[in-house]
Design a protein around this ligand. Structure first.
Ligand code: FES
Length: 78
């Protein structure tokens, strides 16, 4: 698994919208699922939002709270 980038993606979502976040780390469209998980046992995290909000979605793939950033990227040496 390699990072998409060493910082979170800032994503605006709207109430009623759903997003499928990549959890296998293989997506070429990170942090969103592109179907690459079919060869793994991991499934995307599908979230339906009930309100408009700003998300900080993990780009380093090291967060303990994926798909969301937990600040772990600050400890990664580049
Ligand atoms: S981008 Fe991965 S923990 Fe922040």
């Amino acid at each position: 698994m390699s990072a998409w980038k060493n910082e979170p993606f800032k994503i605006e979502v709207k109430a009623g919208e759903s997003k499928a976040f990549c959890m296998c780390g293989l997506s070429k469209n990170g942090p969103f699922c592109d179907g690459s998980h079919v060869e793994t046992r991991k499934m995307p995290e599908v979230v339906k939002f009930e309100e408009d909000k700003t998300l900080y979605v993990c780009g380093c793939q090291q967060s303990a709270n994926r798909p969301y950033c937990d600040g772990t990227h600050k400890n990664i040496q580049t």
